[in-house]
Each structure stands twice: as C-alpha cells, then as structure tokens.
Design a protein around this ligand. Structure first.
Ligand code: RB5
Length: 146
C-alpha cells in the first residue's frame, strides 16, 4: 500500500502513546505531528479531529487519532467528508477497516488498548490494501447530502 504522509494527533489522554508510536513510525514513514504537545494540559479532542481533516489532502495521506477511548476523536473526525476514521480495538478491526472500508484514519483509545496491540494494529492498518470490488460502491455511499 502506498503511503505518502502519516498525520498523527491526540488529545492529552493520548499524548504519551502518540509520542511512543511516532518514534516507531518515523523510521519507516514521513510523520507529521499535529499535536497536542503535553499530557498535562487538558485540551478538547474535536480540535485535533478537525485539524486532521484539514491536513488530509491526498489519497495517499493517512492519519492516526488517539484520545482516551478513541470514541470522541473518531466521532468528530467522521463529521468530515474526506475522512473515513475507524475506531479499532484489535488487529482484525484494523485490517478490515482498510480492506472493506478503505479507512484513511485509524483511531484508538490510549486508556483502553495496550501499546503492543496498538503497534500490531498499525502494522495491519498500513499493510492492508482496500479490496475494492463489492466494497467500492458501499464506500462511495457513505457520504450523502451536500
Ligand atoms: C478526556 O478525558 C477524554 O474524555 C477523551 O480523551 C476521550 O476519551 C473522549 O472520547
């Protein structure tokens, strides 16, 4: 799978995990950190979801969003039409979010998933192609309205 840039963002609850996985990914990919910058200053997760959506410009751009549960930050990200953000908890959901849903952003919760599972999920996410075929039409139907 072709990956140009990986944007990464978190709120304060996800900050430490963001820093850890950023280090791991930087050896393999171009990684752009969109914040936040501290675990000690409370911030609002939607601000980082919106920043992610603004930065995802190309088909080969991908994103990683982290908050305490992954729930808030993924809900807010999915309000944007250029985002298909999958809240994942294990390798199967991470893999299928690419294969079936062509997810361009993976979200997870730093307070609910351990680091080794997170690393395995990222490996699955960034090494799985969208299957297309019957899934293409379904993905195209996700956006509606204006
Ligand atoms: C922050 O305390 C927490 O609410 C946030 O990280 C996230 O879990 C929200 O969905």
């Amino acid at each position: 799978m072709k990956v140009d840039k990986i944007f990464i963002a978190s709120d304060h609850a996800g900050f430490e995990v963001k820093e850890q996985i950023k280090e791991l990914l930087m050896g393999k990919f171009q990684v752009v950190d969109l914040g936040c910058d501290s675990k000690d200053i409370s911030v609002d997760y939607p601000d980082f979801s919106h920043k992610m959506a603004q930065n995802l410009q190309k088909d080969d751009d991908f994103g990683i969003l982290i908050c305490g549960t992954g729930i808030g930050i993924s809900i807010a990200a999915n309000r944007h039409k250029n985002v298909r953000c999958a809240l994942c908890h294990d390798v199967s959901t991470a893999k299928l979010s690419r294969e079936h849903n062509n997810a361009n952003v993976i979200a997870f919760g730093a307070r609910v998933v351990g680091l080794s599972v997170i690393i395995d999920m990222l490996d699955a996410f960034f090494n799985t192609q969208f299957a297309g075929g019957r899934h293409q039409n379904r993905v195209e139907k996700i956006n509606f309205g204006d």
